[in-house]
Write a protein that binds this ligand. Structure first.
Ligand code: NAP
Length: 313
């Protein structure tokens, strides 16, 4: 959404990046954080650490006290927080909580900027963006891809979508949280990536735990197994993913590295080793089920990427 005229007068509309790169860097821009759970507190701490004047509000007031001790201003109400100045960064439990906090504040929100880092579905983000447009609120949706201790650190990435111009305007302040990644104008895309990436994380974590259980049954400690596992994940497995991305996009699946027939035989070894050690086989049964279906359809000579046709149907 664009609101060119009122932007000039609004405190949060002030760009936090120096134009042209030659002017001296401006003073750190103000920012407001709504929600001081584990994540909201980490966000406020990162803004304070980067020198941004930070206003905070939480439903349960006591959670603001440690932040006030570090220089934050505690707003006594959502109204006071919304009007404190700077972009409003919201991070509460879910969209119902966010709606509860903002309901009745439409007049105050008009002409302001909301960066919503509350997790939700892509559909919730799109519906919220539509409501924001109706009341003249600039809305940027975001997904935080790290846990609270990592906020502001080198592994912190925050995905944004819905309003590239809002991200550009507030990029410096938002960069205090982690590397901002712009996923374009569809407000639902950040949440969609979030769910996809969490699915990938859970698959990897459960696969690692399955491996830990398997080697642990023969006396190997997780700390011994894990350096080999992380090297495998970040090296070879990451390389397979890069290779199969192109195959998946072009729907061509040459099995010239390892065919599904070869994968299925290896999966039978995993199932056998798991059963022999009393390790749960639910996870490898899922892998094997996907491969068996592709093989039954005549694709045993193809690469692992062929399974997209089983999974995406
Ligand atoms: P949390 O520690 O449980 O904090 C929840 C926050 O929501 C608290 O500030 C709580 O206020 C507030 N809240 C809940 N219901 C409310 C309501 N009806 N009205 C007003 N405020 C309400 O959760 P969190 O870990 O900070 O997570 C916050 C968001 O960040 C979630 O959407 C989560 O999915 C997302 N996120 C978290 C992580 C993570 O690793 N923790 C990572 C990425 C994304 P009170 O203090 O008053 O209860």
């Amino acid at each position: 959404m664009t609101h060119e005229e009122p932007h000039e007068a609004r405190p949060e509309a002030q760009a936090d990046t120096a134009p042209g790169g030659t002017a001296p860097a401006p003073a750190p821009a103000p920012v407001t954080v709504l929600g001081l759970g584990a994540m909201g507190t980490a966000l406020a701490e990162a803004f304070l650490a980067a020198g941004h004047p930070t206003t905070v509000w939480n439903r349960t007031p006591g959670k603001a006290e440690p932040l006030v001790g570090r220089g934050a201003v505690a707003a006594p109400s959502p109204e006071a927080a919304i009007t404190a100045g700077g972009p409003i960064v919201a991070c509460v439990l879910d969209y119902d909580a966010l709606t509860a906090v903002l309901s009745g504040q439409e007049a105050l929100l008009s002409g302001r900027t909301l960066v919503n880092l509350t997790s939700g579905s892509p559909e919730q983000a799109r519906a919220f963006a539509d409501r924001a447009a109706d009341i003249g609120l600039d809305y940027l949706d975001g997904a935080i891809m790290i846990t609270p201790p990592g906020i502001g650190g080198p592994d912190a990435t925050v995905l944004y979508s819905g309003a590239p111009e809002v991200l550009a305007r507030h990029r410096t302040v938002l960069a205090a949280l982690g590397e901002p990644v712009d996923l374009g104008p569809d407000a639902g895309i950040a949440g969609l990536y979030d769910t996809a990436l969490l699915g990938l994380m859970w698959s990897a974590l459960s696969g690692w735990l399955h491996g830990v259980a398997l080697v642990g049954a023969d006396g190997v400690r997780a700390a011994e197994f894990t350096p080999i596992a992380t090297r495998w994940l970040s090296g070879a497995v990451a390389g397979f993913v890069d290779r199969y991305a192109a195959q998946t996009d072009t729907r061509t699946f040459p099995g010239d590295d390892a065919s599904l027939d070869v994968h299925l035989a290896a999966m039978e070894h995993l199932l056998h080793a798991s059963r022999a050690r009393g390790v749960d086989t639910t996870l490898p049964e899922v892998f094997a089920d996907h491969v068996r279906r592709a093989v039954a359809a005549g694709h045993g000579g193809d690469s692992y990427a062929r399974l997209i046709e089983v999974i995406a149907k």
